[in-house]
Design a protein around this ligand. Sequence first.
Ligand code: URP
Ligand code: ZN
Ligand code: ZN
Length: 485
Amino acid sequence: MTLELDAVISGGTAVTSGGVARTDIGILDGRIAALAPRLSAKRTIDAHGLLVLPGGVDSHVHLDQPATGASAMSDDFDSGTASAAAGGTTTVICFAWQPRGGSLKATVEDYHRRAAKARVDYAFHLTVTDPTSTVLEDELPALVESGCRSVKVFMTYDGVGLDDIQLINTLAAARKAGALVCVHAEHHGPIKYLSERIVAAGLTAPKYHAWAKPPLVEREAIGRITAIAEMLDVPIQIFHVSCPETAAEVARARARGLKVWAETCPQYLSLTAEDLDRPGFEGAKFIFGPPARSASDCDGLWHYLRDGTLGVISSDHSPLSFDHPKGKKAAGDDASFDKVPNGIPGLAARLPITFHEGVVKGRIDLPTFVDLVATRPARLFGLAPTKGSIAVGADADLVLWDPDATQVLTQAGQHHGGDYTPYEGREVRGRVIATYLRGQPVFENGQIKGSPGSGRFLPRAPYPEIAPRGVFPIPFNPVDGTLVA
Ligand code: URP
Ligand code: ZN
Ligand code: ZN
């Protein structure tokens, strides 16, 4: 007896990290049920002339984090995941962000409530800002067990960044609990010293943000955190690597055999420090950390994307409005660069920018594109094989992609909650025609479809990438306090 399929995507060219193939895709009960030519079903979706991609997996997305200081995010889970759908992303991993002095457990409970209106599927990273013994010994293990299998730590920012002992304790706790540690790697002391001296010299415009965070602060922090990871034998993912100089530090750690992975983001492939120098306060639209570097740095990152040093392209969507009292102007419309909240929106632009800069410009092929934006983040964060690929049994998270259509990126086209996009007016080739989440349209014909709440929480079970190697630099396991034979 042959099963009657709910839908078939007909006549398209499916792209996976393994290759490109003409095939129909049969969907049943929200999953891919068949990959074969000439399938029939109750509903046919015509994909002739189009590529069919696995739904994007964005492993670095800030949505509806409670306000810090005077600023507030411009996206909640409704608007943020609408933007994800418009950009061909069907899974986001967001940050349950412990406030200092607060409970991590309560943070996660609150974040589950906030995420109930998500339109695409989601998982949580645990952002640890206050690693007390209660947090590390009681709360974190239980939360990891409940499916939040990644921990986020900062090495900079007042009130958020951890010192070396706190970093060591948190990484050790993550190793014990079985979680991947994600790191914002920038060296806090030099940033603070430079910022104060630069501002004291009267250099306050947005462009001086890049002076206060030169590559050396990132290089030092990556070197330090990879040494800590080596000492503890704990797998880590370095977030938002901004330039070849710092990617090289990741490559050195990987050459030592460590389980160190890293990502970069579209902003480091397409924006530069010159954007920070736009007239008036416009440069504040481009303040994020680490900062954008030079055009040759953008170009140089592709070498590390091709050789696997950088395995993921995430958005680091950290949405703030520009012309808003809780956005970029929270400290005034002529605030010095160090008072401007960091972060830019980028969820919907992630696939278009990556495709244009990567595939259209001949720097990577189609399978590598899919690998970077969907397959590898799914695998690295324990969401494979359900997410990130086109295979029988996987969720029918699929994107119809026109590789030949040219589009101009605009604020309106981002479908997000903020009032600007840093990519306004940028012409790119390649665009999303439709996005399907578990077989249902969430974006079609330029419109957001479905309703808030159609996304599901994705608990993550233990998976191979987070298993420690069992190798220490001395014959002693400092986490367990045992001798190593
Ligand atoms: O500037 C940035 N990247 N803001 C978002 C928070 C972070 O550092 O990831
Ligand atoms: Zn960061
Ligand atoms: Zn971030």
